[in-house]
Write a protein that binds this ligand. Sequence first.
Ligand code: 2AL
Length: 246
Amino acid sequence: MRVKIINPNTTASMTETIATAARAVAAPGTEIIAATSPAGPASIEGHYDEAVSVIGLLQEVRRGEAEGADAYVIACFGDPGLLACREIARGPVLGVAEAAMHAASMIATGFSVVTTLARTRIITEHLVRTYGMAHVCRRVRATELPVLELENPASDARRLITAECQRAIEEDGSGAIVLGCAGMADLAEHIAETIGVPVIDGVAAAVKLAEALVGLGLGTSKKGDLAFPLAKPYTGALSDMAPATA
Ligand code: 2AL
């Protein structure tokens, strides 16, 4: 099966980190197609970044439909554009936050999310409520690391994130950690070994859940609100985004 994993920010080196983590867990018969958004913010660190990132993300899902993708993973922890992507995809579409939180809720009665900048916490807190995870998510913690610092070998990112995860276990009473950025995909194993509790990277979790859904023969429901968007003209710079008539 083909799982297309889309980094909705435009930083190709981060897509490489994400693709490596995805391929490390993919089943032998799974082809991972990794794509970087063709246009938009270099990193997604707020509501505006998120909103603008969705256009490039949707373009990659449209391309994926032509490429024969069986499922999609949105590799940004805010799960931007998740329902819009589902509207235009035949197969399942998973967000990394959605996948990680659901996985965490099955292996612990409480988890903490450790993310990047404090200003992104509210995005995760909204998702916690949307996904019905408020009774399991004990706390969303920030490290004040900008997303692109995760890509900087000279940054102290690994140590800072590991230390915050350790504090989460001690102070929140959580039994598991969810990493709150797709750019942290390469850190899960090291942190789990260091702090001794399950650490969930949403990229890996989403790939395995996508495989499971496709394996069950399940795709996105085309009944009701996730049916293909209604055909109509779109104007101006976004005229190419108009839904197909068929
Ligand atoms: C993210 C993410 O996963 N990728 C990105 O650009 N921003 N999310 C976050 N909370 O920092």
